[in-house]
Design a protein. Sequence first.
Length: 274
Amino acid sequence: MTDRPKPILGAALGLNGLMTHLGWVMDRQRDIELQDFHTAAALDDDWRPLAEETRRLLDGHTGRRGLHGPFWGFKIDSHDPEIRAVVRRRLLQGLECCAFLGADQMVIHSPFTTWDNNNLDAFPGARAQLAERVHLTLKEVVARAESQGCTLVIENIEDKDPMDRVALAASFNSPAVRVSLDTGHAHYAHCSTGAPPVDFHVRLAGDALHHVHLQDTDGHADRHWAPGRGTILWPGLFEALAGLNSNPRLILELRDKATLPEGAAHLVRLGLAE
């Protein structure tokens, strides 16, 4: 570990979770990731009253603010141009929410699958074609993100090789496209598909890493447990994070929001974060 100050933990919360944990968020002006605005139902409904209530609740909050973008039911590398148009519209809706809420980061999901790891290079041109489809989907989205000062961070889902996602983000040659890491997804991939351990994902991404979902798992499934309940080796992960200059947001993303204090306390007890 370096002599840098310990990183300050943030959390992924909807309005209900914010109301429960607002004191913890505000005590250190923690980074937050808002998670009420990613479903089709939320985006097609009038989301502004909920966003206005969220904004009022966060009055005085000066930590960094992000949003989990839409992801249900689609992939950003769809072969079908009509589906790509729907995906593009959803992501632009997400950026509209970001602008309204003062969020300058939006999480989107990686297109890479476990199948891709063994098969993309078995078909001539398949890897380049996947990247081309992603660019067709995201060209307008990236331009909008650049114009409003928002960064898209691509989160690992089924990814086995972390460099696939890093290379995809770099291919945009834009400060508005960077990389996210979900620790539970990475640990599942390590235990179940032979991917590198979680700390390798940090080291390989380097300063392209701007966002981390902190969640624990046993490697069997995507648990989103509080840190300490699973088998992730947290000291090694935080040692890797300490070597970065990108200051990624460290966002506890837990299925049971009531366990947020438990998960944060575990990392504090280990001397890894505040």
